[in-house]
Design a protein around this ligand. Structure first.
Ligand code: GDP
Ligand code: IMO
Ligand code: MG
Length: 430
C-alpha cells in the first residue's frame, strides 16, 4: 500500500506543488483533499511555470489520474479557466481528471460574503485570499452547501440554488451588500456545470480501489499545519483541514490506508495574511529573505511576511501530522546570511510555555527563544547530493532533524524539478 501524504508543515507556500510534481510521475493517482483556489502551487518544469490553484499538480503527468477530492472547495469558473490555461501551456495531453461528487461548489455569493465579512471584522480582519473559501465551508458546516453531485443535475441545482440564495441574499443585505439574481447565477453556472459534468464521478471508490491494488497514491495537501481550522493559529486560519488527517476526511480513505506523511517546510518561515508569527523579522534580514526568495504570494501577489525558522512550531507540526519525514525547501535562499537563528522555545513571562499557545492572548505574550548558527555564502543551487553541500548547510539540516525528531527525506535547493536531493527514498513510498 504505497500511499503518501504531502502536507505543508508551516503557514502554507512551503513548495508543496514542486514536491508533488517531482514525485507525481511515480504515482498512479494524485488526490487533492482540502482547500480550494485559495491555494497557489507553483511548478516549474521544462522552462514553463505553472500555477495550480485547484488542479492537483499531478495533472502534468499524462499517465496518472488527478482527483479533486470531496474535502475541496471548487469554484467551477476558476477550474475551467485553469484547465484551459494548463492545457495550452503544457502543449501535451494532461492526466485524467476526476471530481468528487462530494466536493462543494463556490458561488459568487461566497466571494461577496468573504469581502463583506472581512470589512465587518475591521481591525480584526483575517487577511483572507478573498476567494469565498470561508463562507463556502461555513455553508458546508451549516448543512446548506451545494455539492458537485447536485450541481451537475440541472433540476436539483435549480432547487438548491433557489433555497440557498434566498437565505444568502438576506445575509448579504444585513452586511451592507447587494442581493444577487437567481437567473444570472443559474444561467452562468449551468454553463459551467455542462462543461465539467463528465468529470464528476465516484472518486472515493476509485481511490480505495487504487489503495487495494497497491498503486502508488499521492495525497496533495494545500495550505499548512498552522492554517488548519483546528490546529492553526485560530481564528487566523483557513476553514478546512490541511493536516494529514484531512487526507482521510477529504478523500474517503481511513488512517490505516496512509503509509507515509512528508511535511514540507522552508528553511525559514513565511506567512501571508494576518495572525501570530513569533519569529517574524520586520527588519533588513526579513527584507533580504523576501527579495532573495521572491516571497510574494502565488495566488494574491501579496508580499509574504518572512522570519526565522520556528522549530517549536515545526516539531508540533511533525506530531499533529505524524510525519515520517521532512522535505526542507528553499535552502538556497538562505545564502549570504552571516548568522542564522532558529526558534527553540516559547517563553511566557520568562517561563517556557511547554505547549503550543491555544489563545490569541497566549500568542501575543509568546517570546521566541533563539539559537544562533553560522550561515553560508556558497551558492548551493547546483548541488546534486548531500556531499556537495557545505558543512554549515549539513549542520543546519541535522539540527532541524534532531530538534523535530524527524529525518529529512528530501532537500530542495531551487524551484526546478532537478534542484532536488533525495536523501532517504525509503521515507517516500516505503
Ligand atoms: P506551495 O503553495 O506550497 O506549492 O508553494 P508556492 O508555489 O506558493 O511557493 C513556493 C515557491 O517557491 C514557488 O515559487 C516555487 O517555484 C519556489 N520553490 C520551490 N522550491 C524551491 C527551492 O528549493 N528554492 C527556491 N529558491 N524556490 C523554490
Ligand atoms: P498554499 O496551498 C498561504 C491564508 C490566507 C489567510 C488565511 C485564510 O498555496 O500553501 P482563506 O482565503 O483560506 O480564508 O484565508 O489563510 N492562506 C494561505 N496562505 N498559502 C496558502 O495556500 C493559503 N491558503 C490560505 O492568506 O491568511
Ligand atoms: Mg502557495
Amino acid at each position: 500500500m504505497p500511499s503518501l501524504v504531502i502536507v505543508g508543515a508551516q503557514w502554507g507556500d512551503e513548495a508543496k506543488g514542486k514536491i508533488v510534481d517531482v514525485l507525481g510521475n511515480q504515482a498512479e493517482l494524485v488526490v487533492r483533499y482540502s482547500g480550494g483556489n485559495n491555494a497557489g502551487h507553483t511548478v516549474i518544469t521544462g522552462g514553463k511555470t505553472y500555477k495550480f490553484h485547484l488542479l492537483p499538480a499531478g495533472i502534468l503527468h499524462p499517465g496518472s489520474v488527478s482527483i479533486i477530492g470531496g474535502g475541496m472547495a471548487v469554484c467551477p469558473k476558476s477550474l475551467i479557466e485553469e484547465l484551459e490555461r494548463t492545457q495550452e501551456l503544457a502543449g501535451h495531453e494532461l492526466g485524467e481528471l476526476v471530481i468528487s461528487p462530494a466536493a462543494h461548489v463556490v458561488f459568487p455569493y461566497h466571494r461577496a460574503l468573504d469581502a463583506l465579512e472581512e470589512t465587518a471584522r475591521g481591525d480584526n480582519k483575517i487577511g483572507t485570499t478573498s476567494r469565498g473559501i470561508g463562507p463556502m465551508y461555513t455553508d458546508k458546516v451549516q448543512r446548506m452547501g451545494i455539492r458537485m453531485g447536485e450541481f451537475v443535475q440541472p433540476e436539483r441545482f435549480a432547487d438548491r440554488l433557489k433555497q440557498v440564495l434566498e437565505f444568502k441574499n438576506r445575509l448579504m443585505e444585513l452586511l451592507g451588500g447587494e442581493p444577487m439574481s437567481f437567473d444570472e447565477i443559474y444561467s452562468e453556472y449551468s454553463a459551467y456545470a455542462d462543461k465539467i459534468r463528465h468529470l464528476v464521478s465516484d472518486s472515493e471508490a476509485r481511490t480505495q480501489r487504487s489503495i487495494r491494488k497497491d498503486d502508488k497514491v499521492l495525497f496533495e495537501g494545500a495550505q499548512g499545519a498552522f492554517l488548519d481550522l483546528d490546529h492553526g493559529t485560530y481564528p487566523y486560519v483557513t476553514s478546512s483541514h490541511p493536516t494529514a488527517g484531512g487526507a482521510c476526511l477529504g478523500t474517503g480513505i481511513g488512517p490505516r490506508d496512509i503509509d507515509n506523511v512528508l511535511g514540507v517546510c522552508k528553511a525559514y518561515n513565511t506567512r501571508v495574511g494576518e495572525g501570530p508569527f513569533p519569529t517574524e523579522l520586520d527588519n533588513e534580514i526579513g527584507h533580504q529573505i523576501r527579495e532573495q526568495g521572491h516571497e510574494y504570494g502565488t495566488t494574491t501577489g501579496r508580499p509574504r511576511r518572512c522570519g526565522w525558522l520556528d522549530l517549536v512550531a515545526l516539531r508540533h507540526a511533525a506530531r499533529i501530522n505524524s510525519l515520517s519525514g521532512l522535505v526542507i525547501t528553499r535552502l538556497d535562499v538562505m545564502q549570504n546570511i552571516p548568522e542564522i537563528q532558529v526558534a527553540t522555545d516559547y517563553l511566557v513571562d520568562g517561563k517556557s510555555l511547554g505547549h503550543m499557545p491555544y489563545t490569541l492572548e497566549e500568542w501575543d505574550q509568546v517570546e521566541a527563544v533563539f539559537e544562533t548558527m553560522p550561515g553560508w555564502s556558497e551558492d548551493i543551487s547546483c548541488a546534486k547530493s548531500w556531499d556537495d553541500l557545505p558543512e554549515t548547510v549539513q549542520n543546519y539540516v541535522q539540527f532541524i532533524e534532531k530538534f523535530t525528531d524527524t529525518p529529512a527525506a528530501i532537500l530542495s535547493i531551487g524551484p526546478d524539478r532537478d534542484q532536488t536531493i533525495i536523501l532517504r527514498p525509503e521515507l517516500i513510498w516505503g
